[in-house]
Write a new protein. Structure first.
Length: 201
């Protein structure tokens, strides 16, 4: 009985710790300096833009800055990150991610890095069934477009997800790969600019 109580207490502490970090993510506003020469824009700033819209004003080479405004979002001066650049960003939080693209990995070991990432970049989608639905579930996603497309023209997107539910317990994951349509509006964009450009950083 003592072991069961200890296990429940530890499970509760993990949930509370992740919930606290995610609560901070909801108010995250500042761009992120990755200390590797890039200042990353908040993904939530560009939520709702499609890959096709971004491609109209942003080159896909991961070097040339965007030039223009889409749906009221000024993108001029920001570089649309390639899948390799987003992968490098992900490894700052989860160094053990696969080196080969695409990938889709998950497990409890990714809870802390996923929570830290979402605290820095915000949450683009959230689904909660508590307490209306049982078993209880709570899903949080940070979804973003990369500038990369494959040989057939399918765009590449990245995802950081956290699942807190009563069935599988807390778990999280990182994924990076192609999606079926560039017209999806349920994502933001991974954008960066060199650090020090009018940022005060």
């Amino acid at each position: 009985m003592h072991r069961q109580l200890s296990k429940l207490a530890m499970h509760f502490m993990v949930l509370m710790a992740v919930a606290l970090v995610l609560a901070l993510a909801q108010t995250a506003q500042a761009n992120l300096n990755d200390l590797n020469g890039k200042e990353w824009r908040q993904i939530t700033d560009t939520y709702g833009l499609t890959w096709n819209q971004l491609a109209q004003v942003c080159p896909q080479d991961g070097v040339t800055p965007c030039a223009g405004t889409v749906n009221g979002r000024k993108l001029t001066g920001w570089v649309w990150a390639t899948e390799n650049q987003v992968h490098q960003l992900f490894t700052l939080y989860a160094p053990t991610l696969p080196a080969t693209l695409p990938f889709d990995v998950g497990g409890p070991e990714y809870l802390q890095p996923a929570a830290q990432f979402q605290a820095a970049f915000g949450i683009t989608q959230q689904f909660s069934g508590c307490p209306t639905y049982q078993p209880c579930f709570n899903l949080k996603y940070t979804l973003g477009w990369t500038a990369t497309s494959d040989g057939s023209g399918l765009p590449t997107a990245a995802n950081v997800a956290i699942s807190l539910d009563d069935i599988w317990g807390p778990t999280a994951g990182f994924s990076l790969g192609t999606v079926a349509s560039g017209a999806d509006t349920n994502r933001g964009a991974f954008l960066w600019r060199p650090t020090g450009l009018n940022t005060g950083k």
